[in-house]
Write a protein that binds this ligand. Structure first.
Ligand code: ATP
Length: 446
């Protein structure tokens, strides 16, 4: 497993992992039973953040476009899908055994000593030859565990779009260029999961298959590379922590006429957030040959018939969530006091607002609760009336809440509250009536 490049990077990684556990973003799965390696449960704040990551993708990839349609395909499907797609034969990673400590590792991730790969567990160079290990999880459908009942958990969401190409084309009366998008869980029996939620065996993907006339495929590939890189910037990752890296010829998958990865500068170095591949007509042709169905576009008016080419921007929601957390994490000083602040994009933050009554006294509680209830009809709103106001601000800063609303004793007379901005810590008095509209305006403009 790659290790962080320097102490500052290692410190950032540990600080974010620690914050995730302490503040309810990510927990080791089934921790009371000792967990299960590299498997995580998303806690209250993680579930909210992940949902906001999905929503941000969905808004720009589905809602704001007139050429992309969503689907939600089954995780368990006919195993013929995986035969035709090539996953059964080739969805493998090279596996080596260490003869010394018996641990297994992914051969292409090993560091070298004197030109020989070394075991990351014990440092031995006495390793077996690499052999292919299929990453798909196998299971059985129905009560009989025989070969006829074998099925696989999907290792990517993409094939759900290919096998539904004709259904969507016909039922929704589309013509290329158009896309089919989906967000969902995928499963890979990774040999060496790790680096927190960067590589897990169960994860979430956000994928688009964009079907285009063959002659236009390169243009659309460039379009989607630009579009996707801009999406990460738009949602708050600084440009110097992102890059678009084209694959060289040896690295290209067998189906690809060109792939570029959006990469993020993780604490251990550059790592992929999303692959944008020009998959040509490989998948539709493979499924057409295996199923005997015609998977093509036919234009009745012109008599034109062709198999569309496919541009695939394939992103990981859970991995992207980690990148958002790492780039948002900052330690600074406010009024001479150190603070931790997550400078998440306001609409990605788990809570957009927190209502904090200045005192726990019963006189303030009804108004504060009423303000929170009003805000909750539009936003995720936290409520906290414990400890000093300074500590409560720090707690909200640490989870990235962009606005804190303080209800104080003057509020009872002037019907106004103080709104504090997470990043500038500037405070401003606003009439309660204007609050929902003003917060909505600021969030929409963010
Ligand atoms: P890698 O080279 O990191 O194994 P990949 O090239 O196999 O990734 P793709 O098949 O292109 O990944 O999947 C698209 C996206 O899904 C990746 O860019 C990543 O964000 C996410 N993803 C893939 N595998 C995992 C995993 N094991 N854990 C978390 N996210 C993953």
């Amino acid at each position: 497993m790659p290790s962080p490049e320097n102490a500052a990077d290692a410190g950032l990684f540990d600080a974010v992992v620690n914050l995730c556990k302490r503040r309810g973003f990510v927990f080791p799965s089934a921790e009371i039973y000792g967990g299960i390696r590299s498997t995580y449960d998303y806690g209250p704040l993680g579930a909210l953040l992940l949902r906001n990551v999905r929503d941000a993708w969905w808004r720009s990839m589905v809602q704001q476009r007139d050429d992309v349609l969503p689907i939600d395909a089954a995780i368990l499907t006919n195993p013929k899908v995986w035969e035709a797609s090539g996953h059964l034969a080739t969805f493998t990673d090279p596996l080596v055994d260490c003869r010394s400590c018996k641990e297994r590792s992914r051969a292409d991730h090993l560091e070298q000593k004197d030109g020989r790969p070394i075991c990351p567990h014990c440092g031995s160079t006495d390793l077996t030859e690499a052999r292919p290990f299929n990453l798909m999880f196998k299971t059985f459908v129905g009560p009989v565990e025989d070969d006829a009942a074998v099925a696989y958990l999907r290792p990517e969401t993409a094939q759900g779009m290919f096998v539904n190409f004709s259904n969507v084309l016909t039922s929704m009366r589309r013509r290329p260029p158009f896309g089919i998008a989906q967000i969902g869980r995928s499963f890979r029996n990774e040999i060496t999961p790790g680096n927190f939620v960067f590589r897990t065996r169960e994860f979430e993907q956000m994928e688009l298959e964009f079907f285009v006339p063959p002659a236009d495929s390169q243009r659309w590939h460039r379009y989607w590379c630009d579009e996707r890189l801009a999406w990460y910037q738009r949602w708050g990752i600084p440009s110097d922590q992102l890059r678009l890296r084209p694959h060289d010829q040896e690295e290209l998958s067998h189906y690809s006429a060109g792939t570029s990865d959006v990469e993020f500068r993780f604490p251990w170095g550059w790592g992929e957030l999303e692959g944008i591949a020009n998959r040509t007509d490989y998948d539709l042709k493979a499924h057409a040959a295996a199923s005997g169905e015609r998977l093509e576009y036919f234009d009745q008016a012109t008599g034109e018939r062709y198999v569309p080419h496919v541009i695939e921007p394939a992103a990981g929601a859970t991995r992207t969530m980690m990148a958002f957390l790492l780039s948002a994490y900052h330690e600074d000083e406010v009024g001479g006091e150190p603070r931790t602040v997550l400078r998440l994009h306001p609409r990605l933050a788990p809570y957009q607002v927190a209502v904090l009554p200045l005192s726990k006294k019963e006189t303030l509680a009804p108004l504060a609760r009423q303000v929170a209830a009003t805000l909750r009809s539009q936003l995720m709103c936290d409520f906290d009336d414990t400890q000093s106001i300074g500590r409560r601000y720090r707690r909200q800063d640490e989870i990235g809440t962009p606005y804190c609303v303080t209800v104080d004793f003057d509020s009872l007379d002037d019907n106004a509250v103080t709104v504090r901005d997470r990043d500038t810590t500037a405070q401003e008095r606003l009439p309660i009536d204007a609050l929902p509209g003003e917060l909505a305006r600021r969030l929409a403009a963010s």
